[in-house]
Design a protein around this ligand. Structure first.
Ligand code: UT7
Length: 390
């Protein structure tokens, strides 16, 4: 009989921008808010925001390099890259393809997955299914978002909540269960509760000229158009989140044969400390079993759970054999949860040559990418001269 194949997390990495913005900055900007209101209602004290030239793929690459370093894998070992993001570099190509090229993963398929803040757990479940089925061997799963570029800095009810960042894990096959039960859900009837309307095919805010069908094509407003701002009904999302996060967690615990007393660490989506506390209470989990770093980063959307996982690992909150539950909610509406048994030793230090090796690999990937572009351009010229491809 063929042995069942499981998936486990073999490596992990995170990246947050260096620019730290404390709550007081909003008061300085003239917003009618206070450090006291933000920290007491949300638990957030500061967030990290991208530099003007920093795109989602830049953060994703940094997190992925860390994850591959811990896993001891080369770019050629990865067969699939999934980037969970709702703030991709472009509508197309996918951010995953940009990451694949930047890291030189010549054997990898690449795709983006948009389930907003639930995206990383969706991507983890999808990547695990690929590994378990044998369709992929090693899968790089990244959660990366920079919602700050979609925020209306005059709207105090949203702009104080979000931060930017990325987290990544590498999945590999295992003989024992690593990733266990998972659940994914959606209720699109709540789509309008949390939305960035513009930029897609329904609300056209970033096109020039007139469409051949004759209809108006919208203004060329790009991110400055109000339709491209994030809008949210906070109180409704809050109420729903306190119900759906524990429900999703309960489902995966039941499917994995786990009871609250088995759980060593619960990692919820880091949106608001009050939502996390209410969720833990409903699950019957004590405070010390709930990981929270919302104070430092705010809500980093699809990056929030992998960043929290990385920090939990770094600070010794996870040991081999521990059972962890991840649970998330977000725009869509979407939700997802996943249970896992931690199965790999946690390295206590990074060897000096690891960052050097990483840098060399990234440089080589950049050179290879330039050569491939050059090769494509030369071949196109030759084909033209020979009259091929017309
Ligand atoms: O990844 C998913 C993303 N979304 C979320 O997780 C959001 C979930 N919702 C929340 O976290 C909370 O609903 C918020 C933090 C957004 C708001 O907290 P709340 O306790 O639900 O406050 P509220 O919206 O009911 O507003 C209470 C008051 C209002 O003033 P009035 O109408 O009572 O005079 C707001 O205008 O607080 C006001 N307010 C603020 N005051 C100072 C809203 N934002 C601010 C602010 N500073 N930043």
């Amino acid at each position: 009989m063929m042995k069942r194949r499981y998936a486990e997390i073999a490596g992990w990495g995170m990246y947050v921008p260096s620019r730290v913005v404390p709550n007081d900055t909003f008061v300085t900007m003239g917003l009618d808010t206070s450090d006291d209101w933000i920290s007491s209602r949300t638990g957030i004290e500061r967030r990290h925001l991208v530099a003007p030239d920093e795109a989602t793929s830049d953060m994703a690459v940094r997190a992925a390099q860390g994850a591959m370093g811990v896993a001891g894998m080369n770019a050629s070992d990865i067969d699939l890259v999934i980037v969970a993001t709702c703030t991709p570099d472009h509508v197309m190509p996918s951010t995953a393809s940009i990451v694949q090229d930047r890291l030189g993963m010549l054997n990898a398929g690449a795709m983006d997955l948009n389930a907003a803040c639930s995206g990383f757990v969706y991507a983890l479940a999808t990547g695990a299914a690929q590994v378990e089925s044998g369709r992929s061997k090693n899968v790089l799963v990244i959660g990366a978002d920079e919602l700050s570029i979609y925020l209306d800095w005059k709207d105090r009810s949203t702009c104080v909540l979000f931060g930017d960042g990325a987290g990544a894990v590498v999945l590999r096959p295992a003989a024992e269960p690593g990733l266990m039960g998972s659940t994914m859900g959606s209720d699109g009837s709540g789509a309008s509760l949390l939305t960035i309307e513009g930029g897609g095919s329904r609300v056209r805010t970033n096109r020039n000229g007139v469409h051949p069908n004759g209809h108006a094509n919208g203004s060329n407003g790009a991110h400055d158009a109000p339709m491209n701002y994030l809008r949210m009904n906070g109180p409704q999302i809050f109420r729903w989140a306190t119900q759906i996060m524990p429900r999703a967690a309960e489902q995966v615990m039941a499917a994995s044969g786990l009871k609250p007393e088995h759980i060593s660490l619960f990692i919820p989506h880091q949106a608001n400390s009050r939502i996390m506390e209410a969720t833990a209470k409903r699950l019957g989990l004590p405070k010390d079993k709930v990981y929270s770093n919302v104070r430092e980063y705010g809500n980093t959307s699809a990056a929030s759970i992998p960043i929290a996982l990385c920090e939990a690992l770094k600070t010794g909150r996870v040991a081999v054999g521990d059972y962890l539950v991840l649970s998330s909610f977000g725009a869509g509406l979407t939700w997802a949860a996943l249970a896992l048994r931690w199965s790999v030793q946690i390295p206590t230090h990074v060897t000096a040559w690891q960052p050097i090796r990483r840098q060399v690999q990234t440089r080589m990937a950049a050179v290879r990418s330039v050569l491939r572009r050059g090769d494509r351009a030369v071949r196109t010229q030759i084909d033209r001269r020979l009259g091929k491809g017309d």
